[in-house]
Design a binder for this molecule. Structure first.
Ligand SMILES: [Zn+2]
Length: 194
């Protein structure tokens, strides 16, 4: 039973300087890069595998808006193949050096908050790819606590993975939603908060 670190959407558009920047995102990327490098260098690694998701939009309908409400509609972000959709550099470097077991992309033609709506390069749904790799336990980190991290952690638990949210390795948008995510929705769904 393998334990994977699931890193959700730590992409250039979601950190300072990006089109939909979340405060603290750039610092988070640096801290996650350190955690990934430490895992690689450890004699007894905490994680058996590192898994990533990326928001990857081609034509996601009203997920994009010129007048976004920042609840259901957003400025243009993470357009497939654009620099904004790439994983933030220090983390991308650490991931290359560590090796990523599974990488899933989501949201090509719709709004996709959960990484579990994503598919791998070979078109396998994330949950199937995780099971095929023998992964049963997930620690979830990334951006944003109250949106894509929340949705990914809820789906992970629903799919039967033993799921932990790594709170200090997440950054979020709306304080009230973050509070509800951490103290109600995730615990009620059986997700542990680290
Ligand atoms: Zn999106």
């Amino acid at each position: 039973m393998k334990h994977a670190l699931l890193i959700v959407d730590v992409q250039n558009d979601f950190v300072e300087g990006g089109s939909l920047a979340v405060a603290g995102g750039r610092d988070l990327a640096a801290r996650l890069a350190e955690a990934v490098s430490a895992n690689r260098d450890s004699a007894s690694p905490r994680f058996d595998a590192i898994v990533t998701t990326q928001d990857w939009h081609i034509s996601p309908g009203d997920h994009f808006s010129e007048d976004p409400d920042y609840v259901d509609s957003w400025p243009v972000h993470c357009v497939a193949e654009s620099a904004g959709a790439e994983i933030v550099p220090p983390l991308a470097e650490a991931l290359r050096s560590h090796g990523v077991t599974i990488a899933a992309k989501k949201g090509r033609y719709d709004a996709a908050y959960s990484g579990f709506e994503g598919v791998t390069e070979s078109g396998l749904p994330l949950a199937d790819a995780l099971r095929a790799a023998g992964i049963a336990r997930l620690t979830v980190a990334g951006i944003a606590t109250d949106y894509c991290v929340r949705a990914s952690a809820l789906d992970a638990a629903r799919e039967g993975f033993t799921t932990t949210l790594w709170r200090e390795m997440c950054v979020g948008i709306n304080p009230e939603k973050i509070e509800r995510t951490l103290h109600e929705e995730l615990p009620n769904a059986g997700v542990s908060i680290l």
